[in-house]
Design a protein around this ligand. Sequence first.
Ligand code: C2E
Ligand code: MG
Ligand code: MG
Ligand code: MG
Length: 284
Amino acid sequence: ESKYSGKNKYLVCTDEMKHQVNEKIELTNDLHSALANNELLLMYQPQINVEKDSIYGFEALIRWQHPDRGLISPGVFIPLAEQSGLINSIGEWVLREACTQNARWIKEGYGEHIMAVNISVDQLKDDSFTDLVADILKTTHMTPKFLELEVTESVAIHEKDKVIERLADLRALGIAIAIDDFGTEYSSLSRLKKLPIDRLKLAMEFVRNIDKSEKDQALVKVIIELSRNMNLNLIAEGVETREELDYLLNNGCNEIQGYYYFKPMTVEAIESAMKEGDFSDTKI
Ligand code: C2E
Ligand code: MG
Ligand code: MG
Ligand code: MG
């Protein structure tokens, strides 16, 4: 019997499904006032160059301190922000906040680090985005070379040439572009060659099995080789264990981000770690 016959066709809507839809609607409603109510905050996760034995950057990762529900992760609310059109104003706030923080750290002598900021495709599609970034750099007194924008591989691979042109415009401001979650989207190599980018971020799913799966090892080796031949920096995301770290280091990937070293941290935690010298040698 064909499943398209129309017979026995019910639209099943369980209580669980209704609950989930209601949750989304409620959260999206609340998200509208989250910015104005100061409920959004950024955590910062150190990015390490193991070879140089130092932190070269921080990735800004957004959190939502919901008045009733507690801390909500971006995996939950960023998709809602994207679907509701709120992502542009939230994304602008993230950029301003991260740049302000980094400029302050540099000014106060905490060191010169790159600040990496995640960008949604909707932000890139906005014709005024390059001007916005230029304005934010200016008003926050951030030197462009200390800002890096992370876009997902799907953006860079599937979007139209206009988006690629925009990446080039952004890069012309003096900032860097990284491809997030690299390896998950079957990039075409000819497309990759055309991308105006500076760094690849090896997706965590490859890192996770790297000490067990020969197939993942083969893929990771190819990506390391690729980045080297294309003169791109490569950072591995989501490194949790010594075994994962060792495999990456032994194969020439020296930039590492992950719980093995540091989780995303508050401003206060980062500043006290810097003052204590925790970032210079102890963990590395
Ligand atoms: P992402 O950009 O790929 O960020 C990496 C995610 O992996 C972060 O999750 C980080 O906390 C987590 N992570 C880092 N090291 C480890 C590890 O060793 N093990 C494991 N299991 N996880 C690790 P988070 O903070 O929940 O963010 C999830 C995603 O939400 C991000 O993935 C990014 O796509 C998005 N996101 C976060 N902040 C923003 C933002 O400000 N704007 C936009 N548009 N998206 C954001
Ligand atoms: Mg990212
Ligand atoms: Mg990632
Ligand atoms: Mg991601």
